[in-house]
Design a protein around this ligand. Structure first.
Ligand code: PEP
Ligand code: MN
Length: 338
């Protein structure tokens, strides 16, 4: 951490910075220029110290962090790629894992039809929301516990792991009873009570990026899960809010290589919520695989025009089948397979 003092700062003010750093167990290097003094605060934990601790002291001009604030999710903390294993499906290995299914579980018939098809075309994880975090309280909120029962049936019948969203910290055990992977939605990325409970559950978790959050904030959220001893964490880029309004969210494709550089955690992409329209999903999905995503989370509905949620962005079964065929050579071209 670098503390830049104001021009002509007094010796007492510089000493105050030095004393505070030393009292916290850090080493200090002083750089006295003709007009300005710069204090370098050294120690492996400076990334976790709030810059305000120094910024509030008299005659401090600025405080700049050198170390990254996230810790357990950082590549520096663990050099090798993490692989998250869910009933034999490995996320973060050579295989690009396809998770697919409807936005929401609507009925047993709807979910089973979607599940059979996505499995047949090569998906290895079934998605389906039982608890839906909706922007409007008047929108369909999901079948809740009845939805979990349907997911469990599909999981048993098809032997396919299931991912579903948990929205309430008090329902983590309930949802974990029916799901193999707990999904933390974009709107809940900074719900720290929820993150802590999912962390304690030690269940594989997919942490979606908050649509107004930076990559640093996303990795700090991952630290909440990791700090509870849950090392089965997978990140999911699903688009962020930008000035562009021709698409639902702008998929930040660059977050994939940035995550690969900054973190050891696997990262998957949800092209559906970024696209907002089924016609845009295939291009985004293919770009994500080409950019190094470890998996995709895709909305697929047997009858998108009658879907209760997100029908416009859901692929029909035949569109999903076509996309899977298009994805295979792309995965191979980047040394992966589907
Ligand atoms: C979802 O996957 O159904 C969902 C609600 O996504 P997000 O949290 O990314 O909006
Ligand atoms: Mn959805």
């Amino acid at each position: 951490m670098i503390v830049e003092m104001k021009t002509g700062a007094s010796k007492e003010s510089v000493d105050a910075v030095v004393q505070r750093a030393k009292s916290m167990g850090f080493n200090v290097q002083l750089n006295r220029g003709t007009d300005k003094t710069v204090v370098a605060i050294l120690g492996s934990n400076t990334g976790q110290v709030a810059t305000d601790i120094f910024a509030v002291l008299p005659e401090v001009e600025s405080v700049t962090r050198i170390m990254r604030p996230y810790k357990l999710a950082a590549r520096e903390f663990k050099g090798a790629d993490s692989v998250v294993s869910v009933n034999g499906v490995e996320l973060g290995g050579k295989r690009v894992v396809i998770m697919a299914g409807p936005c929401a579980v609507e009925s047993e018939k709807q979910l089973m039809e979607a599940a059979r098809a996505v499995k047949k075309y090569g998906a290895s994880v079934l998605r389906g929301g039982a608890f839906k975090p909706r922007t409007s309280p008047f929108s369909f909120q999901g079948l809740e516990e009845a939805g979990l029962e349907i997911l469990e049936k599909a999981r048993r019948k098809l032997g396919m792991p299931v991912i579903t969203e948990v929205v309430d910290p008090h329902e983590v055990d309930l949802v974990a009873g029916s799901a193999d992977i707990l999904q933390i939605g974009s709107r809940n990325m900074q719900n720290y009570a929820l993150l802590t409970e999912v962390g304690k559950s030690h269940r594989p978790a997919v942490l979606k990026r908050g649509f107004s959050c930076t990559i640093t904030e996303w990795l700090l959220a991952a630290d909440y899960l990791l700090a509870e001893g849950n090392n089965q964490v997978v990140l999911c880029e699903r688009g962020i809010r930008t000035f562009e309004d021709s698409i639902r969210f702008s998929l930040d494709i660059s977050s994939i290589p940035v995550i690969k550089k900054s973190s050891h955690l696997p990262v998957i992409v949800d092209p559906s919520h970024a696209a907002g329209h089924y016609s845009l999903v295939p291009a985004i999905a293919k770009a994500a695989v080409a950019a190094g995503a470890d998996g995709l989370l895709i909305e697929v509905h047997p009858n998108p025009k009658d879907a209760l949620v997100d029908g416009l962005q859901s692929l029909s079964l035949s569109n999903f089948s076509n996309l899977m065929e298009e994805l295979r050579p792309i995965a191979e071209s980047v040394g992966r397979f589907i």
